[in-house]
Design a protein. Sequence first.
Length: 356
Amino acid sequence: MLVGICGSICSGKKTVAQYLVEHHGFKHLYLQSSASVSDQDATGETSPSPDSGNAAFAGVTTTNGTSPSSHVFTTAEDLLDFVTRRWRSRFVTTDIPTEKVLDVFIRRPFFLLISIDAPLTVRWRRFQQRSKQPEQSVISLEEFVTQNDLHLYDPHTGLQPLISRATVRLLNTSSSLAHLYATLGKLDIPNPDRMRPGWDTYFMALASLAAQRSNCMKRRVGCVLVGRERRVISTGYNGTPRGLRNCAEGGCPRCNEGSSSGVGLATCLCIHAEENALLEAGRERIREGSVLYCDTCPCLTCSIKICQVGIAEVVYAHGYSMDTETAEVFRQAGVKLRQFIPPPNGLIHLEKMELY
């Protein structure tokens, strides 16, 4: 696998890369032509980039005893070819200077892009720590802000477009290396499900996509019914029946009155996502061993219908007010019920993660 890391100045890009090297057996790869600026980690230390002619790397060896020069590549294509021949190994790079380079890497199914950011004042304090070193020049906060804006928002070289395309976006406010490493340990960054979704992730994503078609004013719910050999039998989402005015347009008075969860269900005109999926499939298409994926745990009414048609397993993402009753119905009927919790993606505030 290849993990690419991008981010703002002093956000901790190279520190996260070093964490992957030290704790997960990654090798750091570099682009010789990359004009990347030395990053700043949570403790104020810097990690220079091993471009050709960089005296800081003279005589230095990596943790596996090889020279850094053996992991420096002239072009993104060369780096990608190197990883492709060894894709079962683990590699990381912080040299993604443009979207053009990112487009090269993102072709492969083993690539994951992570972005790192932190509040401007936090990154400024980290920069000040680095400025205390003799070889570093001291600049004002205004100058730092100007450099930061160019780094992120320059129309030709700004990295904000890369950051916006990251699968995992880390907010690194850690004040110590120990805390940062502890929170990263909880993230399970090398989880392969992030790059090539497992079946649970895949079918739940389809259920979530189906939910976007919902016209119910109360809650968006999507469902996917899967048969043997992981073949999709049908999909469904909640809303008013065919021929009736959409719930979002006033078609269901109960939903539009804002009744609380579980109240007035007998007057609701909306068909649930699970019901729509079952109706679409028909009893004759539902075979032994079928699995129902739903982004919300089925209600009691849907659960008895699921039992009746012979569904073997129900996988859900989010809880509902009737979870306990639904679980008891499934237990009696011999239907397996389990909650799917994917690895965290999107924006993750490391400071808020539970360490233990």
